[in-house]
Structure formats: C-alpha cells, structure tokens
Design a protein around this ligand. Structure first.
Ligand code: G3H
Ligand code: ZN
Length: 307
C-alpha cells in the first residue's frame, strides 16, 4: 500500500482504545522485521527514523526503504520523523515524502517551543502532513536523573491544553514517567497525569516515548487514557544485537553477514509482534487494508482489562 499519514490511523486508535507501535529503524533488516510482523499481525505500523538514523542511513535511502517496504504489504504504514530538533530537518523530511513529522522542542522554553511547532505545523499542514510535538521532557537514561527530577520534567495538563490550542499540533508526546533507552522494564507511568492530560485534550492522540523501559502492566491503563502511539527503539536494538551475538558465537568462522543478520531480523520481528499484541493493535486491519468494523473486532479497554 502507499504510505498513509499518522493522523489517519492515530485518530482511529484513540477512538477505539488501542495504540499503534512506532518502531525505530536504522537499516534494511530492522525495517523488514518490523514490516513483516505488522503484516502477519494485521496491524497498522509507524516506521520511524531519528536524526541519528538519517545521519547513518541517509535521508533518501531511509525514505526509499520504508516506502518500498510499505508497497509490499497491505496494512497501513507511516513514515515518521522521530525527534526532529529543528525546522530544517522537518522541511527536508517533508520534501522526502515523510507522512508524519515531529518537532522536539522539549528543551526550549514554552514560548519558543510553541513558536517553532506552530511554524512547522503551518507548513506541514499545507502539504497534508500531521505533526507531533513534545511538551515536558522525556529524559535519557544517560542523564541519570533521580525519580524527583524525572517527575519535575513531566507534562502539565493545563499547559498541554494551551500548547495544542496555540500550535495546532496533531499529536502530543507527553512526559509521564518513562525515560529513553532503559534496558530493563522498570518504569512506572503516572497514569493519573495521563488521564488528566487526556481530559484536557480528549481529541489529541498522546504519544509515549521511552517505552522500552516501561513495565508491561503500565501500558494497559495508559492506552485506556489516550496513549495512542507508543515509541519503541531500545527493545528492538536489544533483540537485533542479541541475534547477532548468538549467531556470531554459533558460527565463529562464518564470514557471510547474512548468517548473522537473518537471526537479527527474526528477533526484531518477534519483538515487534509481542509489542503489537500488547498494544492491542493486532487484527485491527481487514483484508482490504482498512480498519475492521469496530463493533466486531476491536478489543475495548474493558475487555482488555478483564482478560
Ligand atoms: O523516540 C523514540 C523512543 O522514545 C524510543 O525510546 O529507546 O526507550 O524505546 P526507547
Ligand atoms: Zn523518544
């Protein structure tokens, strides 16, 4: 299928209490693992590339690989810029055919964040492309913040309302207890805060960053209260690297990289499959590539909690 925009699928996810996995990729094998899992699980998927991934793979190369991957399957696929830190990167991605953008002004003042988000939203909307923005700040594990410091960076619900009104952002990344690049599932989300933000901006899909480190139980309630896009990177990198390490140990004299990368691709695929099921987006897409009739197919929050 041709790429779709994130707006098209996130609004459906928000209305039906499931979330769509946004999986980071840097190379062909990761993209293939992600896309194969989405296809087999009949789930929409967001393939996202960070500025680091763009530096590594090249903008045109990354965009072309994701476009090709999408053309080979019949589930909706989005090509998203993850953590675009400036105007230039967002415009370059718009030009390269991305179907979803992100401006991350979380280190800027509220007013500067509003001004730049607004500027990017204005230009992106002319091209029909939605924009995610971040308010509050999801820290990095390398920042080594205390629990109190993580809490101090969390998104304020009233500010979130003002931010979305002022910017016209299509989705909002919120800081609610997760931290980027954690290697163990140990973070507890502030569900009351997510609920309070959702009540202020009920029509805006909320985005969870730093999801690799989030406790499995925390996802359920977060999705019930408006988290509609869940970003996963480190968990997939762990799977990819584990595949390589195992294959290298198993075949110490092998020089053909396909031997190692095949194992990596398979592990990424299984990690993505696990997350798709956890986020309740499996089996939401019918044989024609559209969403199934909600009354019959979606697992409501109540059903999910009762299982
Ligand atoms: O933007 C990407 C994510 O927030 C990924 O975070 O590496 O902790 O899964 P993660
Ligand atoms: Zn992130």
């Amino acid at each position: 299928m041709p790429l779709v925009t994130s707006k098209e699928i996130l609004q459906t996810a928000l209305a039906n209490h499931f979330a769509i996995g946004a999986f980071n990729a840097n190379n062909m094998e990761q993209i293939q693992g992600i896309i194969e899992a989405a296809q087999e699980e009949r789930s929409p998927v967001i393939l996202q590339v960070s500025q680091g991934a763009i530096r590594y793979a090249g903008l045109e190369f990354a965009a072309a690989m994701v476009r090709t991957a999408a053309s080979l399957v019949d589930v909706p696929v989005v090509l998203h810029l993850d953590h675009g830190y400036d105007f230039e990167q967002n415009v370059q991605c718009l030009r390269a055919g991305f179907t979803s953008l992100m401006y991350d002004g979380s280190k800027k003042s509220f007013d500067d964040n509003v001004a730049m988000t607004r500027k990017i939203v204005e230009i992106a909307h002319i091209a029909g492309i939605p924009v995610e923005s971040e308010l509050g700040r999801v820290a990095q594990s390398t920042d080594k913040l205390t629990h109190e410091q993580v809490c101090a960076l969390m998104t304020d619900p009233q500010e979130a309302k003002r931010f979305v009104e002022l910017t016209g952002a299509d989705s909002l990344a919120v800081a609610c207890g997760s931290v980027h690049a954690m290697q163990a599932q140990a973070a507890e989300l502030d569900i009351a805060r997510i609920k309070a933000i959702h009540e202020q901006i009920p029509g805006t899909p909320l985005v969870l960053h730093g999801s690799s480190g989030v406790k499995t139980d925390s996802f359920m309630a977060a999705i019930d209260f408006g988290i509609s896009k869940i970003n996963v990177a480190t968990y997939l990198n762990q799977a990819f690297t584990r595949g390589m390490r195992e294959a290298l140990a198993k075949y110490p004299d092998e020089v053909d990289p396909r031997k190692f990368l095949t194992q990596s691709r398979e592990y990424v695929k299984e990690a993505v499959r696990e997350k798709i099921r956890l986020f309740r987006s499996a089996n939401t897409i019918d044989a024609s590539g559209g969403f199934r009739s909600p009354s019959k197919q979606y697992r409501s929050a109540d059903i999910g909690a009762a299982e």
